[in-house]
Design a protein around this ligand. Structure first.
Ligand SMILES: Cc1cc2nc3c(=O)[nH]c(=O)nc-3n(C[C@H](O)[C@H](O)[C@H](O)COP(=O)(O)O)c2cc1C
Length: 294
């Protein structure tokens, strides 16, 4: 379920939420006894050991359902439904795996950190299309609690860059380990006016998560990684806004004042998004794989 809340002009927060439903384990699943062949697949794939086999087929034996939907998704007979992950909301898979290994390898390798964008706005519908896939990234305990703030207002984007640079200058003053690197970035910005933080991208997607959720940052990074990969298929480019994330994580108030997040949430990741100015002709290499076998 997607909710869009406008919190300021051109700053809107998208909340992909899972609505809690009645948590009565006995009503959790319904099994079509004529269809069920008691294969036990639903029991085997359940992360919480929620189901046990009875003479009537699978039945709940505890309340640890995290609404992952696996019991329904794996059933070869379409015999089981789950009120927390209804079969009616589950898309059928026509082909698995969807991509062959060679295509997937090239697709994933061809994502680049895009730092040069066309001076063209990205329609809101397209940004929503990009974020729609982020809903399907894994999240700890299937918590699905990442909420997004999307900034498209040019003035606000400039203010965010300026605030981040000011934070970096404070870090340099305070003798941060990143001082030398930050100094170079600050000088480049102040001397040339180049937007070294947000790269003049027309949109910035900021992931936020509840402060009290231990794995909120991990969840947000997985979600944004999905968006980054998917962006290439929508003719979009993206790049992590790690400086801005660092600034927000440090609690730098001038930046937080611009974002005006709800008290419950903090910034857990950010990517800039726009139409890439250039097409890359090659796939850069990486360090060799480092694996230890035990
Ligand atoms: C957590 C994280 C933070 C990053 N922050 C920035 C950033 O603030 N600015 C930037 O230009 N690139 C940033 N990057 C992009 C990396 O520099 C980039 O991924 C790396 O150079 C490899 O290039 P590629 O993404 O094109 O393969 C960040 C990447 C990650 C994963």
């Amino acid at each position: 379920m997607l909710n869009v809340m406008l919190i300021q002009k051109n700053v809107y927060i998208l909340v992909f939420s899972v609505f809690p439903r009645k948590d009565d384990s006995m009503d959790l699943v319904s099994v079509n006894r004529e269809k069920c062949v008691k294969c036990g697949f639903c029991i085997n794939v359940c992360p919480g050991g929620v189901l046990g086999m009875t003479s009537d087929g699978p039945q709940p034996i505890n309340r640890a359902c995290i609404r992952c939907g696996h019991c329904v998704a794996v059933c070869p007979e379409d015999a089981i439904d789950n009120v927390k992950a209804p079969i009616a909301d589950q898309a059928a898979v026509s082909k698995f795996p969807v991509l062959d290994a060679e295509t997937a390898y090239e697709f994933m390798r061809s994502r680049r950190s895009v730092r040069c964008y066309e001076n063209v706005e990205v329609p809101r519908e397209k940004l929503l299309q990009l974020l729609e896939i982020a809903r399907f990234a894994p999240s700890a305990g299937n918590s699905q609690s990442v909420a997004y703030v999307v900034v498209t207002d040019k003035e606000k984007l400039k203010q965010l860059t300026e605030a981040t640079v000011n934070w970096m200058a404070k870090e340099v003053e305070n003798g941060s380990l990143m001082g030398q690197y930050f100094s170079g970035v600050i000088n480049h910005y102040r001397e040339t006016g180049t937007d070294v933080i947000l790269r003049d991208a027309p949109a910035l997607i900021i992931a936020t998560a509840p402060r009290n959720l231990a794995r909120g940052r991990d969840n947000s990074h997985f979600a944004l990684a999905y968006a980054e990969l998917y962006a290439t298929t929508l003719d979009l480019g993206s790049c992590w806004a790690g400086f801005l994330e660092g600034c927000a994580a440090s609690g730098f108030q001038p930046l937080l004042d611009i974002l005006n997040l709800p008290e419950s949430n903090h910034v857990t990741g950010a990517i800039m998004v726009g139409y890439p100015k250039y097409t890359y002709r090659r796939l850069p290499n990486r360090r060799p794989l480092n694996v230890t076998w035990l």
